[in-house]
Design a protein around this ligand. Sequence first.
Ligand code: ATP
Ligand code: MG
Length: 577
Amino acid sequence: MPNSPDSNQTIAPTGIASQQTGPTAVVAHFIRNRIREDVAAGKNGGQVITRFPPEPNGYLHIGHAKSIGINFGMAEEFGGSTNLRFDDTNPGKEEALFYDRIMEDVRWLGFDWQELHHASDYFDQLFDFACELINTNKAYVDSLDAEQMRVYRGTLTEPGRESPDRNRSAAENMDLFQRMKNGEFADGEYTLRARIDMAAPNINMRDPILYRIRKIDHHRTGSDWCIYPTYDFAHGISDAIEGITHSLCTLEFEDHRPLYDWLLDHISIQQHPQQIEFARGNIDFTVLSKRRLKRLVEEGFVDGWDDPRMPTLAGLRRRGYPPLAIRKFWDSVGVSKSESIIPMIVLENAVRDELNENAPRSMAVLNPLKIILSNFDASETRWLEVPLHPQHEDMGTRRIALTRELYIEQDDFMLDPPGKYFRLKPGGEVRLRNAFIIRCDEVVENAAGGVDHLVCSFDPDTMSGLPGAKRKVKGTIHWVSASHGKRATLRLYDRLFKVANPIADKAVDFTEHLNPASLQVIDNAIIEPDLATQPAGHQLQFERTGYFAVDPDSTPEHPVLNRTVSLRDSWAKIAGQ
Ligand code: ATP
Ligand code: MG
């Protein structure tokens, strides 16, 4: 993180189109422009301090990564800093384990916060500010129950009505509020409301609730409190306490901004952050909502929050998504105020681009078919030094064993192929990747009449690196030594949902749209043995097959790899319909 700016100095705006900051080129957008203007005008002493405020009630998903990227990204760009604040004002829904996970996920994306806070750290101050509003007749204790309040609130076309309790004296309100705090009343018996305007066109301004009674322990403050502030009350004040300058959030808070501003205008606090809203990020073929993701976990549709099919950051990480790809993806989508659903293909292409550049290559055979090289010495192991990446020599080389018995892909052989079949067929030739050209001399059947194995011969002059290597055949296939290859489990993941928008039809539960083929387990794949000892998270490309990452379940005895993404998109047609 950059250092905090010198307060005497106005930070020069750096966000111009040709400059690089973070992972991708800077693209103009309204938030960047807005902040640049504020900095140029010397607002907040030219400082930019933002925050990312997750509610610790679930794992972060890729939608959150958009908000993280904007909040951290803007601060970083203007030489400021970002706080991580757990918005833990909702006891009961929050669990301790989520705090750690959220921190881990933010760091995984490559961001670090300046200060770590919890809204619950401010419970005392928030209570004092509520008292201040009571003393200035800007808040009152109300005895309307939820249903009555709904009726009194009015509608979009009808103004609301004032509660009979609206004109209690400040002294009476203070007494009741203290007694609410002391636990003298039951849940729902009283609330504290702001006294604003029951006829306001914006319903959020019709005397919104600031505090409610909830006799439930908070896992940070224990039983200290039985009244808890609402999001609207706590959020803006927490921002102000921390000296946040720009509170960047999603559009659903746009209608809450007048209340955010009203509250800060009516309490004695200097700082008044600017709330700026942007459109949520949405992606097709998945759901980005903790509530729904929680259902998938709790009802056993997936194997936990970090199931590689989940759009959670933990899931994507396990699946092998590079964090930089996620950041570049959101950067390329841009920031605007109009809601849209981004095709999953765009995200997958960002992942492919990143892995194509950086993932070392390897070979794996998913459905093994044995071939015997009749003219290769049975006792010989020829070690080939082959590049880890065909375009990046600097990545170095790996050693692969070439032996008499090899496995190739069943799909790369056909007994009776159609005309333009360039892989292996009886009497046909194909090049083995990184090695030589082989010819299929004999097909040996098994008892059931299927193909048991092939007997082939190799042409020694065509070894990669020799002059004869120039001899061309149309097909090149991958292979693994039968004696050196290691058996592995490959988990082939696909879209979690089989329709683009699983929540479009409100009459159908979104779980009905889950893709039954979202996971295919290949138990007897054969991989290059070195991979067995790679750590969880190691990313690679199995040539011709896809990008994979080593799963945390993997052991040297039993390697497990997850398919991150196929080499090419197979959903384009479906999505385009
Ligand atoms: P969910 O609806 O998934 O539960 P949330 O908005 O309730 O999400 P919070 O933990 O409250 O989750 O979110 C923290 C921040 O992340 C908020 O500022 C919110 O605006 C932002 N955020 C959440 N989802 C998205 C998204 N899909 N795109 C961009 N920002 C998001
Ligand atoms: Mg929320």
